[in-house]
Design a protein around this ligand. Structure first.
Ligand SMILES: [Fe+2]
Length: 403
């Protein structure tokens, strides 16, 4: 069983099992290895690491350190409390919104692809190209926030940068809405989200799409995309400062370990701090060539854990409340032993969503799909409850057929 320790307790002879950080921040480091010397420990400290997980079965132990299971238990408890908040009101059901959300998602992907191609050819960004689709994204989220967000988790590897840009836009808009920010600020934040990685057009393709670990040199080049994004957007006519902040601060970290400026705490704007959370959440829930994406609740748990150092704890809690621990498309186990996929939030009840039960885990067989509103009692379309999250691979079920 892995244990979590402060980096100050890490010694040669221990086996690092998990760096306790998102892999995009340190793509040149191996995530599991035996610590050979003090220089390795120093390199981790220099990279901004504060805590790591060690595997005592493969190296030296730290006796009084908490186990991964204990850490997870504590975080899950905190998440349940936060997520017990009321669900944001939706004007229509996710099923009703889904058709429109798919069209808007496709359109947004085409637009950001076009803009990035133009910039690569030396043209300027014209915000008129992007503004209408950000409005459409906001409207879709106001009708039902879950529909469009459920689409953002699926990424096609060749289009990752475009799809990630659309996701960050949708997440940023959702986040702003939950924070009660006004419509004009939300629009600027969404536009910033859509354009936040535009500087990647200046990163060579072999680094941008490298199907594996980057070297330290390559990572230095990759990091430049933030400065390039800021430059490109600063030269864009009519762009608002809020949109530029999303792009220029999305890799800053609360403890000062981020880049490009290493800003700390409140020196990072609220918009920049929100963008950092949205950016990491989308990146770690996405499948990459060399990394399998995490399920949403696992990603939220990680972000909550990392918020001790990397993100604003208050904003992280607000983000967790709005995404909820059962986002649409999540696979859950019901008390009845049925596997179900989350279809929608029920009005006001984040922990009791509407689900579709489709598999009997005890008989290990598919059943006639049944929609269950977990906020309602038995006999009124409900009468079951979620006992935990499940992984689709473990059961060999095809979620896409039922979501
Ligand atoms: Fe980025």
């Amino acid at each position: 069983m892995n244990k979590k320790i402060s980096i100050t307790k890490l010694k040669p002879g221990m086996y690092v099992a998990d760096l306790g950080s998102d892999w995009m921040s340190h793509p040149f480091l191996r995530s599991a290895f035996k610590v050979k010397d003090e220089a390795t420990v120093q390199k981790l400290i220099d990279s901004g690491m504060k805590e790591v997980y060690i595997d005592p079965a493969r190296g030296d132990d730290v006796v009084d350190a908490p186990t991964a299971k204990e850490v997870i238990g504590q975080l899950e408890g905190a998440m349940m409390e936060l997520a017990a908040a009321s669900a944001p009101p939706a004007r229509i059901s996710a099923t009703e919104e889904m058709g429109r959300a798919k069209k808007i998602h496709g359109e947004a992907n085409r637009i950001i692809r076009g803009i990035m191609q133009d910039v690569r050819l030396g043209k300027q960004v014209t915000i008129e190209q992007a503004e209408p689709v950000v409005e459409k994204i906001t409207d879709s989220i106001l009708r039902n926030g879950g529909a469009l967000l459920s689409l953002t988790r699926v990424k096609n590897k060749d289009d990752y940068t475009f799809m990630h840009s659309v996701s960050v836009c949708a997440l940023q808009v959702t986040f702003c809405r939950a924070m009660g920010l006004d419509a004009a600020t939300t629009q600027l934040a969404g536009l910033g989200g859509l354009l936040h990685d535009i500087g990647k057009v200046r990163v060579p393709n072999e680094i941008l799409n490298k199907p594996g670990k980057l070297t330290e040199e390559e990572f230095k080049v990759m990091k430049c995309h933030v400065v390039e994004s800021k430059k490109i957007l600063s030269e864009t006519d009519g762009i608002g400062e809020t949109s530029i902040l999303v792009a220029s601060q999305h890799h800053e970290r609360h403890d000062g370990s981020g880049y490009p400026e290493g800003l700390k705490g409140e020196a990072i704007s609220q918009m920049g701090q929100m963008a950092a959370i949205c950016d990491v959440y989308d990146a770690i829930t996405s499948d990459r060539v060399y990394h399998k994406g995490m399920a949403p609740h696992e990603a939220l748990r990680k972000i909550l854990e990392w918020s001790k150092f990397h993100f604003s704890p208050t904003l992280t809690q607000a983000f967790l409340r709005v995404i909820g621990i059962y986002p649409i498309g999540t696979l859950v186990m019901l008390e009845s032993g049925r596997l179900a996929v989350v279809l929608d939030q029920s009005e006001g009840k984040m922990l009791q969503p509407v689900v579709k039960a489709f598999y009997d885990s005890r008989k290990r067989s598919y059943i006639v799909p049944q929609e269950v509103d977990l906020s309602r009692p038995l006999g009124f379309g409900g009468g079951d409850k979620i006992v935990g999250h499940e992984k689709a691979d473990k059961w060999g079920v095809d979620l896409a057929r039922f979501a």
